[in-house]
Ligand binder design. Structure first.
Ligand SMILES: *Cc1c(COP(=O)(O)O)cnc(C)c1O
Length: 451
């Protein structure tokens, strides 16, 4: 037992020396190399490759899973020094896994590298990450400005839960209208401007640099949900203070795990983990180490997956538009923010993996989805996105059903909007012919000749 312990400590010591070049004040900074190259940060895949690689306890190429809720020490004084904040995860001292866990910390370092932030920490779901960050930055009596085009769950959090449980109110604004945003943010109680880089489900693209400039002029923090565009857009590099993710989508890619992350400064992450006040610590939206390990293994191929999602989305969107369908895709030149997205998207990833087709009525949307799934096997009727199979949903009656009719209208969600999360399974032409077949069935079954 003693021998095992010593060996472990010898290894830990080695790791500690290795990580000594980490900034001692910051508990969870990315590799120094990353920090020093932060100003020249250009590409998320390059940043991921430059981030620290953890090896396994026995020299495995993959890190060992630290599947422990609690951690032991050699001397009783060490515990009190850890609780006093003198010894932390930067020096390989861990207390309890609701606080920091080495395997979750490793995934968090990858998330920080991906988003080009100083630090990050992972949570049990996207909603856990979003609600924790809002509860951290906004206090009772304070106010949030948010885009009208938001994920249904976030919209419900801001419309119903936060006002009732926390006395936090939200005003929704159309973030396309920069002048309206500028004029709307006046009073000192507004703490956060919140929006999605590419909005769910309307695929509106936010002018991130300009919105950040406006908010920062007014002393307000900017939180951006980048769930729809990992790799494609890097909001923190464009000025956002905090980037949140639902890892359950593209980053996981397997449609098998629910997870989330908060990416921001080391100061933010450390204070969100504060033993007295930190929502990640106190509310406990903790990620399990085994889940963190699974996800860590998928991040290295996120860039490849995103490129294929985006490539196929662009091909399908272009071809469907040519057939005369009402297609919404930021990669098409007729998309209102196509030029904007092109101006700040990371090079060579594309324009996102989601395409929307407006079928005008829910009945036509449902009929199309029925053919696509049950006749031609193009995809599955299911909510969520970022899976290798194509997923189809009618947003108005599913993921955005938390919104009432007027709120949906304001957000630009037509009742016949079919959201397609384009998968990469099979060959592109095989999948296109399935899509084409379903579309021509649609035409044959309809009373009119149009789609
Ligand atoms: C799915 C989703 C969320 C919520 O994430 P969960 O992991 O399901 O909690 C938040 N924002 C957006 C844009 C999403 O698509």
């Amino acid at each position: 037992m003693a021998e095992t312990k010593n060996q472990t400590f010898a290894f830990s010591d080695k790791k500690r020396t290795d990580s000594d070049h980490l900034d001692g004040d910051n508990l969870i900074t990315v590799k120094k190399q990353m920090l020093s190259s932060a100003s020249t940060w250009e590409d998320p895949a390059a940043a991921l490759a430059a981030a620290r690689h953890e090896f396994g306890e026995h020299g495995g190429v993959n890190m060992s899973i630290e599947a422990s809720a609690t951690f032991t020490v050699m001397e009783p004084e060490t515990l009190s020094r850890m609780f006093a904040g003198e010894l932390g995860p930067d020096r390989d001292f861990f207390i309890y896994s609701r606080h920091f866990n080495p395997t979750v910390l490793n995934l968090s370092r990858q998330m920080a590298a991906l988003e080009g932030t100083e630090a990050a920490y992972c949570a049990s779901s996207g909603m856990a990450a979003i609600s924790s960050v809002l509860l951290h930055l906004v206090s009772s009596g304070d106010h949030v400005f948010a885009s009208t085009a938001l994920y249904g769950g976030t919209h419900a959090l801001m419309t119903h839960f936060l006002p009732r449980a926390c006395n936090i109110t939200t005003t929704f604004v159309d973030v396309d209208d920069l002048e309206a945003v500028r004029n709307a943010i006046v009073h000192g109680r507004t703490k956060v401007l919140y929006f999605e880089s590419i909005a769910n489900p309307t695929l509106k693209v936010a002018n991130i640099p300009e919105l950040c400039r406006i908010a920062h002029d007014k002393g307000i923090k900017v939180v951006v949900d980048n769930t729809f565009a990992p790799m494609v857009v890097s909001p923190a590099r464009l000025g956002a203070d905090v980037v949140v993710h639902s890892i359950s989508k593209f980053i996981s890619g397997g449609a098998d795990i629910i997870a989330g992350a908060v990416c921001g400064s080391a100061g933010l992450v450390n204070s969100m983990m504060d033993l007295q006040q930190g929502p990640l610590m106190i509310l406990g939206p903790t990620m399990n180490a085994k889940v963190a390990f699974e996800l860590s293994e998928r991040i290295p191929h996120l860039a490849l997956r995103m490129k294929e999602h985006c490539h196929r989305a662009l091909v399908f969107a272009t071809r469907m538009k040519k057939l005369g369908l009402k297609v919404i895709y930021p990669g098409l030149e007729n998309h209102p923010q196509h030029t904007l997205l092109k101006s700040f998207a990371n090079k060579d990833y594309g324009y996102g993996g989601l395409v929307c087709v407006d079928m005008e009525t829910e009945e036509r949307a449902n009929r199309l989805m029925h053919y696509l799934q049950n006749s031609t096997q193009f995809g599955f009727m299911a909510v969520s996105l970022g899976y290798y199979e194509t997923l189809l949903s009618c947003s108005g009656s599913s993921t955005s059903s938390e919104m009432n009719t007027q709120e949906k209208e304001l957000a630009g969600i037509s009742p016949g909007l079919v959201r397609i999360s384009v998968g990469y399974i099979g060959t592109l032409e095989q999948k296109w012919s399935q899509l084409e077949k379903a579309l021509s069935r649609m035409q044959n079954s309809g009373s009119s000749n149009k789609y």
